[in-house]
Write a protein that binds this ligand. Structure first.
Ligand SMILES: [Mn+2]
Length: 402
């Protein structure tokens, strides 16, 4: 048996007993005198080492699945909540990023921040590295959805495997027995995860876990900005509590800027990569659309030489009729938003623009801007508080009329 002293943010350090890796996964607490604490990367290594064996032996697997945009919030929620469940339950718990593995490099803020905390791509699981549909068909899958609450498209078939939902988007899932649902419209889903973990007196935070949650909440709430109005009292409270258990003191503004810079670092990305970096696809009636959150302002994006081409090729590759672009950037310390509509069909652009201009809940306060591309209509969105989270449900209600 190996004895490890591990830095732990809450208690100074603890002597840990760590038996074989297999032991820690299946018998975490029950037969060990001390609570077994493993670091996050050790936990992820264990899952990597045991997962294929578990699949071959047809053992049940619990997957923590983030949303298909796979932003930092989804990634951090999946990893931290999976770690928590691993420590407090006896099931093999796997965090999964809801994108194909090859798309992970586009999530520059996630590769940066998780990487900085020792969580590299080889330790993560993606949609094409574990077949959820096969596990579901074999009745071996249970699912926790984090940062979204409804399975769309092909994934709708997985719904019977869902046992728990933890989210901060408007509720779309229907009430079901045996599904534990916690939805609260806070600024970051990490607020709900952090609160749940901090409320469990038996749970010990390990190194990097508080900072991952803390940084993600800051990024999601534009550093708790009043103007952006994304942070609720609950986000503020959780930030205050996390502050007390950080491994070392952190300056909020500089961490936010660091993450924002990582998110906006598009130096290695093509224009099509930029569109796919944070994209959600939805359908209504027979209309399919994508809503892309861009890491740079839209006017700068469409000025790129291959922007028009990339919009055209993306819309044919993923077969959407229309693409809505959104951007949130900082302009002299104030949040600044633009929104745009692209389609090959001019009439479709006009129709969506009219719907966005008419939107009352939330009112977007759109101001038309000059566009260098004929098939893209761009606005400054003076209501900076209307995020994709708020606009997407509205767009879903108007799509059937297209
Ligand atoms: Mn989120």
């Amino acid at each position: 048996m190996a004895i490890f002293a591990l830095h732990c943010s809450r208690s100074v350090s603890r002597v840990l007993c760590l038996h074989s890796l297999r032991y820690t996964i299946f018998n975490t607490v029950s037969t060990c005198q001390h609570l077994v604490l493993v670091t996050m990367d050790e936990y992820l290594r264990t899952v990597k080492a045991t997962l294929s064996g578990a699949v071959a032996k047809k053992q049940p697997i619990h997957v923590i699945l983030g949303n298909e945009a796979c932003d930092l919030d989804s990634a951090v929620c999946a990893v931290t909540y999976a770690y928590y469940l691993h420590q407090t339950s006896n099931k093999l718990t796997v965090p999964m990023l809801n994108i194909p593995q090859e798309d992970y490099s586009l999530r520059t803020e996630s590769t940066y921040f998780l990487g900085k905390c020792g969580i590299t791509q080889d330790l993560l699981h993606f949609r094409d590295t574990l077949d959820l549909h096969a596990l579901h068909a074999a009745s071996l899958l249970s699912l926790t959805l984090v940062d979204f609450n409804v399975l769309r498209g092909k994934d709708a078939g997985l719904v019977e495997s869902v046992c728990e939902i933890l989210d901060h988007h408007q509720r779309e899932c229907i009430e079901k027995a045996n599904v534990e649902v916690e939805i609260e419209l806070v600024g970051s889903c990490c607020t709900l995860v952090a609160d749940r973990l901090m409320s469990d007196a038996k749970f010990e935070f390990v190194k990097f876990m508080p900072i991952l949650l803390y940084g993600t909440i800051l990024l999601d709430t534009v550093c708790l900005s009043k103007e952006a109005a994304r942070a609720t009292q609950h986000d503020h409270d959780v930030i205050d509590k996390l502050e007390k258990i950080l491994d070392e003191p952190v300056n909020k503004q500089s961490l936010f800027c660091e993450l924002q810079a990582a998110k906006a670092d598009i130096s290695s990305l093509s224009s099509q990569d930029i569109l796919r970096k944070d994209m959600k696809q939805v359908s209504g009636g027979s209309t399919h659309i994508a809503i892309c959150s861009l890491p740079i302002d839209i006017v700068s994006f469409i000025a790129r030489e291959d922007a028009g081409e990339s919009l055209a090729s993306l819309s044919s590759t993923i077969r959407v009729d229309l693409i809505v672009l959104m951007s949130l950037t900082m302009n002299k310390d104030s949040p600044y938003r633009q929104i745009a509509v692209y389609s090959k069909q001019q009439s479709t652009v006009e129709k969506m623009c009219r719907k966005l201009e008419e939107c009352e809940e939330p009112g977007l306060k759109l101001v038309a801007m000059a566009s260098c591309l004929g098939d893209v209509t761009v606005y400054r969105q003076a209501n900076v508080t209307a995020s994709r989270k708020k606009i997407l449900p509205y767009v879903l209600t108007v799509l059937p009329s297209f």
